[in-house]
Design a protein around this ligand. Structure first.
Ligand code: NAD
Length: 453
């Protein structure tokens, strides 16, 4: 079936359509450039829909067969948006298992809230699908370790949605550091200084008709619905809850911490973590801290992550910087900056295409490299790897270690702002049973992640 036939067949909107692609996509074999790659979207919020649509625009022969959401409003809107953009209507489902059972689908795009990421991705691997999985990969350490095991066991291409892994400036910064020009790394500071406001959970209500609340909760404990958690049209406040996310450290620092690890040559786990956090700015009922500071001890150097709300003077990079490889952020008020202090210079590093600059003695810029926002590059890399079966840039083993930095910082806060000693080999804490319980998490019956994937 060629692209024109696909468009005609897709107009029928049937989930059960069969494709000649079944034969072509031998699941672990190389797929030719002219053969179609068939995707399905799980989680049709702003991020998932915009990324999968863009991916189909910038890559040849990539199509969306099915969209899946438990929010019926967003599901209908996603199907209509795909039809408007590409001229065919994808199938729709509220149950991701329909997609895993569909032999035509080569890869799934997982853009649910975080508590579903690993479970959905592991099930995808078990069903023989490749997967793009949004950040933060996991809500605990155990589940992204299991995802890395599943990707290896089933020989799947799993791309973490940490797009800076495809940023050109990350590679040039790593080369600069490895050449020795920055000298010995002494300390590394990362920031996630963003706006924010008071969060108070609204009173619980009956589950609205547009939502399958039980499936939205999935592995998380059952609880009554509150409109503060899930919004019919927007994101809602689920990132304020430990059961579904990990707050700003998860949302923002996941990127800077991962990018920093990559630039530093992907070190292993830190040997300890200390974290402080609290709701001292606005108050309210947010479970995740508004402000947080984390210190990771890597033996030779210390890595810190500092962030929180209300710093109105701190900003993300604007579109001008994201799209222009010759422009750099104003480092002083750049909310997502990384500072790598070497004995010979200080490297400022930006995500969102912010590039990097090295400051030497006398406040002189001694080296720099610009870049553009890496979403396109990351999406292209995913499709190339589905075709070639190479390991994608968002390599799941390394991205699990990056996600672990987020989980370590959050667990250290949750046990009462403590220093925790961590054994990188076993991925267990050496001085806290409570921390080890949080590192494993709990799963509702029917939604467990197995020890053996
Ligand atoms: N890489 C990046 O730069 C980047 C940027 C933004 C968001 N994200 C990540 O992308 C993910 C989605 O973010 P968003 O802003 O679109 O959130 P969102 O809440 O708007 O969308 C998530 C969607 O998943 C759906 N969902 C929940 N459970 C489901 C299930 N069991 N089956 C199918 N669908 C289900 C929800 O109903 C919702 O429509 C998050 O993990 C977020 O952290 C990444």
């Amino acid at each position: 079936m060629d692209r024109r036939d696909f468009l005609k067949a897709g107009a029928a909107g049937a989930v059960g359509m069969t494709f000649g692609s079944q034969l072509l996509f031998g699941k672990s074999t190389i797929i030719g450039a002219n053969d179609k790659v068939v995707l399905a979207l799980i989680g049709c919020g702003g991020r998932g829909l915009s990324c999968i649509t863009n991916c189909c625009k910038i890559n040849e022969n990539v199509v969306i067969k099915t969209v899946c959401d438990v929010n019926r409003t967003k599901l209908a809107r996603a199907a209509a948006a795909v039809e408007k953009e590409f001229g065919y209507r994808p199938g729709t489902t509220e149950d991701m298992r329909t997609i895993f059972d569909d032999k035509d689908v080569d890869a799934v795009w997982i853009a649910t809230p975080e508590h579903w990421h690993c479970l959905a991705a592991i099930r995808a691997c078990q069903a023989g699908k490749d997967a793009y999985v949004e950040k933060n990969l996991s809500v605990n350490i155990f589940e992204s370790r299991k995802l890395a095991e599943a990707a290896a066991k089933y020989n799947r291409v799993v791309q973490a949605g940490l797009q800076n892994r495809s940023a050109s400036q990350g590679y040039s910064a790593r080369e600069y550091i490895q050449s020795g020009k920055l000298g010995k790394i002494v300390t590394v500071k990362t920031y996630f200084m963003l706006g924010g406001g008071k969060f108070n959970e609204a009173p619980t209500k009956p589950v609205p008709a547009w939502l399958d609340w039980e499936k939205w909760l999935g592995p998380a404990p059952l609880r009554p619905f509150s409109p503060s958690i899930v919004d019919e049209n927007g994101r809602g406040g689920w990132q304020k809850y430990w059961a579904y996310s990990g707050g700003l450290l998860d949302d923002e620092a996941s990127h800077t911490l991962d990018f920093t690890r990559m630039v530093l040559g992907d070190p292993g786990h830190p040997q300890s973590v200390y974290a402080w956090g609290g709701n001292h700015t606005f108050g309210g009922t947010s479970e995740v801290p508004e402000a947080q500071s984390v210190v990771y001890d890597f033996g030779d150097y210390v890595l810190t992550a500092d962030g929180g709300p209300s710093y109105k003077y701190m900003q993300k990079a604007g579109q001008d910087i994201r799209n222009d490889a010759k422009r750099f952020p104003n480092w002083r008020n750049y909310s997502a900056r990384v500072e790598i202090y070497g004995s010979e210079g200080l490297m400022y590093l930006g995500r969102h295409g912010g590039g990097w600059q090295v400051i030497g003695s006398g406040d002189k810029i001694v080296a720099e490299d610009g870049a553009i926002f890496p979403d396109n590059a990351h999406q292209k890399n995913f499709i190339e790897c589905i075709r070639s079966r190479k390991t994608p840039n968002g390599n799941i083993e390394e991205c699990h270690k990056s996600a672990t930095l987020v989980n370590l910082g959050n667990i250290a806060c949750r046990v009462g702002n403590k220093q925790l000693l961590f054994d990188g080999k076993t991925e267990k804490f050496l001085n806290s049973k409570q921390a080890n319980a949080l590192a494993k998490g709990t799963y509702r019956k029917g939604y467990e992640i197995p020890e053996k994937v």
